[in-house]
Design a protein around this ligand. Structure first.
Ligand code: PLP
Length: 369
């Protein structure tokens, strides 16, 4: 069994994907060009925002957003304590300081209450200027944007949505990547919408930021890339990747529905055994991960080994919360300030999840749990 079966997806859509790759190679344009422009239009349209700026990966996308805002030294950026490293990694890159915020035990997403408390703590201490919040759509479910937006507005914070895992998810009719002042996603192969290498995108309704993002991603270009008017970086989405994504976008909705069916099957079978994922009313998840929680670490490890013995892969996202990673030891985050994240990291287990799981496979997983 595959944890995320990219080969099954390819087999299903081989002709279209092969055709798109071949056409790009035959045209001989590998950077920029029509597929990239068409993809950006299609993605902006899909999400429902004015601008989509493609880039090299989801980490760069976050970094570009902070650069466009001029976030830097002396700024505090609030980041959930339970997420992939990138979300916080980009903050010291621009010279600012990440402040870790505890999560909600049901959704794994940033707790709005904990966010407000963290903002007030930073204000009281007075050392840093609260500047931005990065909310993550963890495991495919959008964060609680109504509440988080309210707090951001109350304290004058910029809101960055990290939808690397959330792309395709929504709240009501509003899609992931439309909730932040700037929003970002990743096209890493295993993400909900993945390409055949690295890729990412930034989304915004703001024309001025969009222009800055387009400049920063190409060496701080002015009129062209040989007219450099600011220090930027080289962060482009390859043309071949854009061509692959344009094909995959055609069947993306269908895949999302299949993932939701698989998740329903899991939840139906597992809800009396383990803590199954909570999807908030009105939220639609893209199921980047299907993550359950066990009563304790011992039970989690036992279940993981039972699955492994049967040849079924499972993953622990994430074994360490951000504040416990060595890279962030310098922040000296107070022990016990993110208790729910600590607890989640000890008890969570993510199960195989993709659009091509067979009922027999889902059945085998649930029986072992
Ligand atoms: C994968 C991921 C990223 C980074 O994306 P890359 O394309 O791998 O750089 C950022 N944030 C979260 C939450 C992710 O899961």
């Amino acid at each position: 069994m595959e944890y995320r079966d990219l080969k099954a997806q390819y087999r299903q859509h081989k002709e279209a994907i092969d055709g798109a790759i071949r056409a790009t190679v035959e045209r001989g344009q590998f950077i920029g060009g029509e597929p990239v422009t068409r993809l950006e239009e299609a993605l902006a349209n899909y999400v429902g925002v004015r601008h989509c700026i493609s880039c090299a990966n989801g980490t760069d996308a976050l970094l570009l957003a902070l650069m466009a805002w001029g976030v830097g030294e002396g700024d505090a950026v609030f980041v959930p304590d339970f997420t992939f490293f990138s979300t916080a990694e980009v903050v010291p890159w621009v010279g600012a300081e990440p402040v870790f915020v505890d999560i909600d035990g049901d959704t794994f997403n940033m707790s709005p209450q904990a966010l407000e408390k963290a903002v007030n703590d930073v204000r009281e201490e007075g050392r840093l200027h609260p500047r931005a919040v990065i909310a993550v759509d963890l495991f495919g479910q959008c964060a609680e944007y109504e509440k988080i937006r309210g707090i951001a507005e109350k304290y004058g914070l910029l809101l960055l949505e990290d939808a690397a895992q959330g792309f395709g998810g929504r709240i009501g009719e509003k899609r992931a990547c439309s909730f932040g002042d700037i929003s970002t996603t990743s096209f890493f192969p295993a993400k909900p919408l993945g390409c055949y290498g690295d890729g990412g995108a930034v989304f915004t309704d703001n024309d001025e930021w969009a222009a800055l993002l387009r400049s920063y991603k190409v060496h701080g270009k002015g009129i062209d890339k040989y007219d450099n008017i600011r220090i930027g970086m080289n962060s482009r989405l390859d043309t071949v990747q854009a061509a692959v994504l344009l094909e995959k976008l055609r069947f993306f909705e269908e895949e999302l529905e299949r993932c939701n069916k698989a998740a329903d099957f899991y939840t139906e079978r597992l809800r009396d055994r383990v803590k199954t994922p909570t999807i908030l009313p009105g939220h639609y998840s893209s199921w980047a991960q299907y993550t359950v929680r066990f009563a304790d670490e011992k039970q989690r490890e036992a279940a993981a080994s039972r699955l492994k013995e049967a040849g079924i892969p499972s993953m622990i996202y994430y074994r360490k919360p951000m504040h416990a990673l060595e890279a962030f030891a310098y922040l000296q985050t107070r022990e016990g300030s993110c208790k729910t994240a600590d607890e989640a990291s000890r008890t969570c287990l993510s199960l195989p999840m993709h659009a091509y799981l067979q009922e027999s496979e889902l059945d085998a997983v649930t029986k072992l749990i």
